[in-house]
Design a protein around this ligand. Structure first.
Ligand SMILES: O=C(O)[C@@H]1CCC=N1
Length: 344
């Protein structure tokens, strides 16, 4: 069952904030499961068997979305490929063409630097299903790049590593030729490893890379810093780790469930002349907000660079991305699509 938080706001500003936070954000209390009686695809190929590929493949199998026998994987690293095959029970291929031969769903999870002319030359040797959909999880690489393949239906996505525990957040966009049912299918695939958000303008994926894609690394750094701070004071590391994990998890659930703006929740912790005020003073003195925003801009610029796009964006730079990309993330969704998005 999926819980959707949809409380009634009491003021205009709360209405605005809540419309931002409840539109897509959910906490799933149970993972989806499938009975396997109506398989969505005839063959699923996965090129690249690194961490992200593993994070997406495993739940597709464990939720019963597709049996392991329907998957064929290929990786230039035979060791890695064998490891994934042994763990998940999927078939292996000796080449990219062998993996994608007859496949109607192709997961492309190679490293960005390996998406080169040689890769595409290999790719074009195969005969995938004529109606095949290719889903890329490769950072920075735009949909255009995949026109070097002979696949017409392309999905570009940016997942994140919490997909490993079914709490991923994947942002995705696609070529206009994906039908409504193709898009629903993509939502379903992504639902096996967590939450998803469709964006009609692919440039939002570069921005999302700096939010949800790389975001887990920022959170882990914050976790580490708090744990180390606690140890510095004399707290046992395991106990400190428990306190930090539950503080992060509890704060996130509280923010989502209350629907309040984080500033309101922060003020509620902060007593006059109290301990939190002292801590917040130091954080602001260290320019924590600007440091975080600068890090996100750097991440966004790097994603644009990896796609060979003009990356001169951000404070004090020549490009203003919000002018270039005027659409909103969901402006082109049909009401049916929106419903699908809401249900995840
Ligand atoms: O660091 C990277 O390039 C990838 C993309 C998002 C998360 N990791």
């Amino acid at each position: 069952m999926i819980r959707l938080f949809n409380h009634q706001p009491s003021t205009t500003s709360r209405l605005f904030w809540r419309s931002c936070v409840t539109r897509y954000h959910y906490y799933s209390t149970e993972k989806p499961s499938f009975d396997g009686t109506t398989p969505a695809f005839s063959k699923i190929a996965c090129i690249g068997t690194g961490k992200m590929a593993h994070a997406l493949l495993k739940p597709m199998i464990t939720t019963g979305f597709h049996p392991a026998k329907d998957f064929t994987v290929f990786d230039v690293s035979t060791n890695l490929m064998e490891q994934v095959s042994n763990e998940l029970g999927v078939q292996t291929a000796e080449s990219i063409p062998e993996a994608i031969e007859g496949a109607d769903f192709i997961l492309c999870a190679v490293k960005p630097q390996n998406l080169n002319a040689a890769f595409f030359a290999e790719f074009r040797k195969a005969q995938p299903h004529p109606n095949a959909i290719l889903l890329s999880v490769i950072a920075g690489k735009t949909i255009d790049v995949f026109h070097h393949t002979h696949i017409n239906k392309i999905v570009r996505s940016m997942p994140n590593t919490p997909a490993q525990v079914g709490e991923g957040m994947t942002v995705w966009s696609c070529t206009p030729n994906l039908t409504g049912s193709d898009r629903n299918l993509i939502q379903t695939v992504l639902s096996t490893c967590g939450h998803s958000m469709y964006v009609d303008d692919e440039s939002y994926i570069d921005m999302a890379t700096s939010i949800s894609g790389s975001g887990p690394a920022y959170i882990f750094l914050l976790m580490e810093s708090m744990i180390d701070g606690a140890v510095h004071m004399g707290f046992p590391r395991d106990k400190a780790t428990t306190l930090v994990y539950h503080t992060m998890l509890g704060s996130t659930l509280y923010a989502m469930e209350s629907g309040e703006h984080p500033a309101i929740l922060r003020n509620m912790v902060t007593s006059p002349s109290g301990t939190t005020a002292s801590a917040l003073y130091e954080l602001e003195n260290g320019k924590i907000r600007t440091v975080i925003k600068d890090a996100m801009w750097a991440c966004y610029r790097r994603s644009l660079e990896m796609g060979n796009h003009d990356s001169n964006v951000g404070p004090g730079r020549s490009q203003t991305p919000h002018v270039v990309h005027a659409a909103t993330p969901d402006s082109e969704l049909s009401s049916d699509d929106e419903e699908v998005v809401r249900q995840r």
